[in-house]
Design a protein around this ligand. Structure first.
Ligand SMILES: NC(=O)c1ccc[n+]([C@@H]2O[C@H](COP(=O)([O-])OP(=O)(O)OC[C@H]3O[C@@H](n4cnc5c(N)ncnc54)[C@H](O)[C@@H]3O)[C@@H](O)[C@H]2O)c1
Length: 266
């Protein structure tokens, strides 16, 4: 994919899928800004990629906070001149302590919806005027296979991800007249700090999982659920995003693409 001369921001860029996505976009030529509420972790991630000679930097953003988003978008445009690509990847599985709080508490619903849903919409609203003005842009929202099928261990999270698929369609329709593509990816099972937290939740919610480590829960799920019998990686997600934001995908918009080893086929 040729993404040279493109400027990309990746929210939640300090960890897991965000780092994998930033690396893949940079390997394809984009200048990447890893934006995260954890600024020092984002800086560390950017340094690791810079040491691989990749054009990656970091910035602070808290997608819960509209003025933080506006500041970050303005700062990127000031420093880099434009924003061509936005990957809305920042996401949480629940409020702090959610692993052991079963069923979900009010704060789990509020926290996931503020970050996973409203955060995505606020970032799109912040970058859209700039993309509309230049009549081009690519936006990819990270949903989840949990958005395809509700999950009893985390209804608040799976519902938030279903909402991401729906808001992707809404913004794809609204921004299509301005030559802006908006798509979603539904990752399957990717071993990251977020999935470790889902594994700990399974130990609380399912008695047959209680003796396993979070990693063993993950491996059990891969074996039981994934037709291709292997885990998905941040690079798998990054590769699909690199395609979606390239010119080769110019006529793809409003779609949610499963990258999940065949777990969901809808
Ligand atoms: N890991 C999986 O199996 C999986 C599967 C499906 C979907 N997803 C989705 O992929 C995305 C990335 O997940 P991951 O597994 O890499 O998680 P992760 O926990 O490794 O990374 C998430 C990042 O988001 C950042 N973040 C959280 N709240 C933020 C905020 N308010 N503002 C800015 N940054 C914030 C965190 O600091 C962290 O760096 C999430 O949206 C998640 O729901 C993950």
């Amino acid at each position: 994919m040729d993404l040279s001369h493109k400027v990309a921001i990746v929210t939640g860029g300090a960890s897991g899928i965000g780092i994998g996505t930033g690396k893949t976009l940079a390997e394809n030529g984009a200048s990447v800004i890893l934006c995260d509420r954890n600024e020092s972790l984002a800086q560390d991630a950017a340094t690791i990629l810079q040491n691989e000679n990749l054009p990656v930097t970091s910035m602070h953003v808290d997608v819960k906070n509209q003025s933080s988003i506006t500041e970050t978008v303005e700062q990127v445009i000031k420093e880099f001149g434009t924003i061509d690509i936005v990957v809305n990847n920042a996401g949480v599985p629940g409020a702090p302590g959610w692993e052991k709080a079963f069923p979900a508490r009010q704060e789990d619903w509020d926290f996931t919806f503020e970050i996973n849903v409203r955060g995505v919409a606020l970032v799109i609203e912040a970058v859209a005027p700039h993309m509309v003005e230049k009549k081009s842009g690519k936006i990819v929202n990270i949903a989840s296979v949990a958005g395809r099928q509700g999950h009893p261990n985390f209804p608040h999270y799976s519902t938030s991800k279903a909402a991401v698929i729906n808001l992707t369609q809404a913004y794809a329709l609204g921004l299509a007249p301005h030559n802006i593509n908006v798509n979603a990816i539904c990752p399957g099972l990717v071993w990251t700090p977020l999935w470790e937290s889902i594994g700990l939740r399974a130990k609380t919610a399912e008695s047959q999982m209680s003796e396993l480590s979070a990693r063993e829960v993950f491996d059990t799920r891969i074996e039981a659920l994934i037709p291709l019998k292997r885990e998905q990686t941040p690079q798998d997600i990054g590769n699909t995003i690199a395609f979606l934001v390239s010119d080769r995908a110019r006529n793809i918009t409003g779609q949610a693409i499963n990258v999940d080893g065949g777990l969901r086929m809808n």
